[in-house]
Design a protein around this ligand. Structure first.
Ligand code: DX5
Ligand code: ZN
Length: 228
C-alpha cells in the first residue's frame, strides 16, 4: 500500500474552495474537516458545502466529522458525495452500526481517536473499519504543534493491524509537516493529513510531492510495510 497525502482544506481559503481543491490535484484525497462548535470549539462547514465540493473536484473527499451525534449525521455525508467518512469514537453511540451503515451506503468507514483515547478498547472493532485516524493534535484547529507522545499509539495500532492481518489504512492528522511526517511514517502511518504544511506553502502541489517523497522513503526504511 503506497503512502497517501490528504491536504486539509481547513487551511485553504474558504471563499475559493474549488480553486484550492484544484491546486492540490496530485493529492490522493481532499481532507474536509466538519466541525459543529460542540464536539470541538470551532465551526466550519456541513453537507451543502461537501455536495458542492464533490461536484467541483475529481479528487475524492475524505470527510472528518468532528461533530456530536455522528450516528445521526454521518450517512448524509456519504449521500453528499464523500468517498470516506470518519466519525469520532468519543462521539459515536454505536460505532459498529454506524461503520456498517457508512459502508452499506458505499463509502469507506473510518473512526478517529482524540489524543487521550486509547486504541486497545477498539481492537475487536477494527475489521469493521477501512481506516483508523489517530489525532496528533487536539482536534479543532489547524496549525497546532505535532504531539510526539502519539507515536507509541501509532506503533501499537500498526501492530494490531498486522496481528489481525487487516488491510485497513492508518491516518494521522495534526501538525504533520516536512519535519514530522517521517516520524509518523516510521511509526506505521500510511495516510497523512496536512493542512498548514500544504496550503501555507508557496506551491501547494509541490508541498504534496515533497511530503509524499519523505513519507515514502521513511516507510521504506522502516520496513513495517513489507511485514505482511
Ligand atoms: C484539526 C483538523 C486537521 C487540521 C490539520 O482538528 O482535524 O485536519 O486541518 O491542520 P494542520 O496540518 O495545520 O495541523
Ligand atoms: Zn482533520
Amino acid at each position: 500500500m503506497a503512502v497517501q497525502i490528504n491536504p486539509s482544506i481547513l487551511s485553504a481559503d474558504f471563499a475559493r474552495l474549488a480553486e484550492e481543491a484544484k491546486a492540490v490535484e496530485g493529492a490522493d484525497w481532499l481532507h474536509v474537516d466538519v466541525m459543529d462548535n460542540h464536539f470541538v470549539p470551532n465551526l466550519t462547514l456541513g453537507v451543502p458545502v461537501v455536495e458542492s465540493l464533490a461536484r467541483a473536484t475529481d479528487t475524492p473527499l475524505d470527510c472528518h466529522l468532528m461533530i456530536e451525534a455522528p450516528d445521526r449525521w454521518a450517512p448524509q455525508y456519504v449521500e453528499a458525495g464523500a468517498g470516506s467518512v470518519t466519525f469520532h469514537a468519543e462521539a459515536a453511540a454505536a460505532p459498529v452500526r454506524l461503520a456498517r451503515e457508512i459502508r452499506a451506503k458505499g463509502a469507506r468507514a473510518s473512526m478517529a481517536l482524540k489524543p487521550a483515547t486509547p486504541i486497545e478498547p477498539y481492537e475487536d472493532l477494527l475489521p469493521e473499519l477501512d481506516m483508523l485516524l489517530i489525532m496528533t493534535v487536539e482536534p479543532g484547529f489547524g496549525g497546532q504543534a505535532f504531539l510526539d507522545i502519539m507515536l507509541p499509539k501509532i506503533r501499537r495500532t500498526r501492530e494490531l493491524i498486522r496481528k489481525h492481518g487487516l488491510e485497513m489504512w492508518l491516518q494521522v492528522d495534526g501538525g504533520v509537516s516536512a519535519s514530522t511526517i517521517e516520524r509518523c511514517a516510521e511509526a506505521g502511518a500510511d495516510v497523512f493529513v496536512a493542512g498548514s504544511a500544504v496550503y501555507g506553502a508557496g506551491d501547494p502541489a509541490e508541498a504534496v510531492r515533497a511530503l509524499r517523497e519523505r513519507a515514502r522513503s521513511a516507510t521504506e526504511a522502516a520496513g513495517w510495510a513489507c511485514a505482511h
